[in-house]
Design a binder for this molecule. Structure first.
Ligand SMILES: *Cc1c(COP(=O)(O)O)cnc(C)c1O
Length: 356
């Protein structure tokens, strides 16, 4: 006798249920303590529950409030959590825009898979965000203030109550929107001053990601353990850790952003824009990284005007390669990029590493 597999509901953002709040919150002013707190959210949030037995439930846009999870919840003990970081911008034409949201949707699904959390059709994410912004957009990103943006944090947690170590049987996807300080309006000294961003190369005793691990996924489990190094770097005046990997000390990425260097190739003397590759799954495939690569390949590989052509390369390189290039005066610039740290506007960087 064949049994019929139960059909699990797919995520369907088109049937979202909306509950509006009546006690609207004050919208914080740019530069206010609320905005700088990175914790003050807009009036509403999106939540979508999932169970292994029934699949995705009806998505909801509802008043922002604290979540309730059992103290035994999977995410609190086993880090069954993944997230995304995006921004929604008010354009000068009055429209709201997301930057390549399908890339974030795809990455969220890939991260969820790595953490045994449920999948969904990635383009549902942008539909859910659009619903949230239909409601919170007009007040939180006023039309007369073009250029403003909100930081969006979609996240998924295993919130089931089973303390035994097992794949999550319940999950919650939620999306919150957070007023965020504009990095382009930071005082120069706060953005690294005239020296640019200062990166401290990691010590061999601390590794962010390794082959077969999950460095390529945006999992909370990647970040908590990196905070000791980050704190130490900040305590001695650096902005971020530049994560190295392996005995040859390959340069991977910096903090929660991807790292690029422009140098003259040692053998050919040609200008190269170099960043770590994706194949070994050590680094997070940044949407900004991908955009920088695509734009550079499209526009910089032929000489234009006074600009010499630049070869765009994703390859492994080591901190010794960087040292050598520096000594030989071949480095043109270096920068990091990521949604939270830049509006695709790279900062110049300064790198320091102990010769281990
Ligand atoms: C989020 C993140 C990035 C940048 O990704 P974007 O999609 O460009 O914002 C880079 N590295 C790490 C470790 C990250 O978490």
């Amino acid at each position: 006798m064949g049994s019929v597999a139960p059909s699990l509901a797919e995520m369907d953002a088109s049937v979202v249920k909306v509950t509006r709040r009546t006690d609207l919150r004050d919208v914080p002013l740019p530069g206010s303590p609320e905005e700088l707190s990175h914790s003050y959210c807009t009036d509403h949030m999106v939540t979508v529950r999932w169970t292994a037995a029934a699949g995705w439930e009806t998505p909801e846009v509802r008043p922002f409030e604290n979540l309730s999870v059992p103290p035994t919840a999977s995410c609190l003990h086993y880090a069954t959590e993944c997230f995304e970081g995006m921004k929604v911008y008010r354009g000068y034409d009055g429209k709201l825009r997301l930057f390549r949201p399908d890339c974030n949707g795809e990455r969220l699904v890939s991260s969820a898979q790595r953490a045994s959390l449920p999948g969904f059709k990635f383009d549902e994410l942008k539909v859910l965000i659009a619903k949230l912004m239909q409601i919170d957009g007009p007040r939180w990103l006023p039309k007369d203030q073009p250029g403003r943006f909100l930081y969006l944090r979609p996240a998924m947690i295993g919130n089931g109550p089973h303390l035994g170590v097992q794949t999550p049987k319940e999950a919650l996807l939620f999306i919150i929107a957070v007023p965020w300080p504009d990095p382009s309006k930071k005082k120069p000294e706060a953005a690294g001053g005239q020296h640019g961003l200062k990166l401290l190369a990691s010590n061999p005793d601390t590794i962010r990601a390794w082959p077969g691990g999950f460095g390529y996924a945006k999992l909370g489990a990647n970040y908590g353990p990196s905070l000791v190094s980050h704190g130490k770097a900040q305590a001695i005046g650096f902005d971020q850790v530049l994560w190295l990997f392996g005995e040859d000390r390959q340069v991977t990425e910096a903090g929660a952003s991807n790292f690029f260097i422009v140098w003259e190739n040692k053998d050919t003397g040609k200008l190269e824009l170099v960043t770590a590759p994706l194949e070994n799954q050590l680094i997070l495939p940044g949407v900004t990284r991908r955009s920088v690569l695509e734009l550079a390949r499209k526009r910089l590989t032929q000489s234009s005007g006074s600009l010499a052509p630049v070869e765009v390369v994703e390859k492994q390189f080591t901190i010794s390669d960087v040292h050598e290039a520096w000594k030989e005066g071949r480095i043109v610039e270096a920068f990091v990029c990521g949604t939270a740290v830049s509006r695709a506007t790279p900062y110049l960087t300064q790198i320091w590493s102990c010769p281990c």
